[in-house]
Design a protein around this ligand. Structure first.
Ligand code: PGA
Length: 220
C-alpha cells in the first residue's frame, strides 16, 4: 500500500499558544495506524522551533515543513529565511503556492532558485502547480496540483480530473509523488487519496481545526 502524504498548510494562521494547543490535541495520533500515512505540518516560520521541540518531547508522529524558503543563501537579505536556517527545524518546504505567485508576484525564475536551494540544504520541496502548463524544475520529487479555483472555495476539483493531472505530471516530468490541494475536507479526502496517481493531499482550511484534521487523517 502506498504511503499517503497528508500535508497541513496553516498559511498565515495561529499564535504560538494556538499552535501548541493544536499539537496537544493531536496526541492521540499515536494510537492511530499510520503505517500508510505521513503527516507533515507547515506552520509559519516563527513556530518551527517550538513545534519541533514539542513534537520531539511528546513523540508525535508529525514532520515539519516550511511554507516558503528564501531564493537566496544566507547573507544580506532582510526579512528572508534561508534554507540553512529552515533545515535546522524542518524537512520539507512548500514552494510556489498560488498565494505567493499571486500576492508576491513570484515567477518561475525565483521559484526555481528556491527549489534549488531547498535541495542544496536537504529539504524536500513540495512544488505547487496550478495547471498542466506550469513549469517544473529539475529533480523535483513531489509536486502539488492545487488549482486556484479550488483553493479555499469549498469547490474542489473532481478526483477524476485531479488524478488525470497527476498522471500527466508523472508521465511528463521526473516526479514520483503528486499531491492534490484545494478544498480537501475530512468528508472528501478519501475520494482523492484512493486515486492511483494521487499520493497525498495539501490541506489548508481543514487543517486549522485539530478535530477536523484528525478526522481527515483517519479518512485519508
Ligand atoms: P484549502 O487550501 O484547503 O483551504 O482549499 C488548499 C491549498 O492552499 O492548497
Amino acid at each position: 500500500m502506498k504511503k499517503a502524504l497528508v500535508v497541513a498548510n496553516w498559511k498565515s494562521n495561529k499564535t504560538e499558544l494556538e499552535a501548541r494547543n493544536w499539537l496537544s490535541a493531536m496526541s492521540s495520533l499515536k494510537d492511530q495506524d499510520l503505517s500508510n500515512k505521513e503527516i507533515i505540518v507547515c506552520p509559519s516560520f516563527i513556530h518551527l522551533s517550538a513545534m519541533k521541540t514539542f513534537i520531539a518531547e511528546q513523540k508525535l508522529p508529525i514532520k515539519l515543513g516550511a511554507q516558503d524558503i528564501s531564493p537566496f543563501d544566507e547573507g544580506s537579505y532582510t526579512g528572508e529565511v534561508n534554507g540553512k536556517q529552515i533545515k535546522e527545524f524542518a524537512e520539507f518546504a512548500i514552494i510556489g503556492h498560488s498565494e505567493r505567485r499571486k500576492n508576491f508576484f513570484e515567477k518561475d525564475e525565483i521559484l526555481f532558485k528556491k527549489a534549488e536551494l531547498a535541495r542544496q540544504y536537504g529539504l524536500i520541496p513540495i512544488f505547487c502547480m496550478q495547471n498542466k502548463t506550469a513549469k517544473v524544475p529539475k529533480n523535483i520529487e513531489i509536486v502539488a496540483y492545487d488549482p486556484t479555483f479550488a483553493i479555499g472555495t469549498g469547490n474542489p476539483d473532481t478526483p477524476e480530473n485531479a488524478d488525470d493531472v497527476a498522471a500527466y505530471f508523472k508521465a511528463n516530468f521526473q516526479v514520483s509523488g503528486v499531491l492534490y490541494g484545494g478544498s480537501v475536507t475530512a468528508a472528501n479526502v478519501n475520494s482523492f487519496t484512493q486515486k492511483p496517481n494521487i499520493d497525498g493531499i495539501l490541506v489548508g482550511k481543514a487543517s486549522l481545526d485539530a478535530q477536523e484534521f484528525y478526522k481527515l487523517i483517519k479518512n485519508a
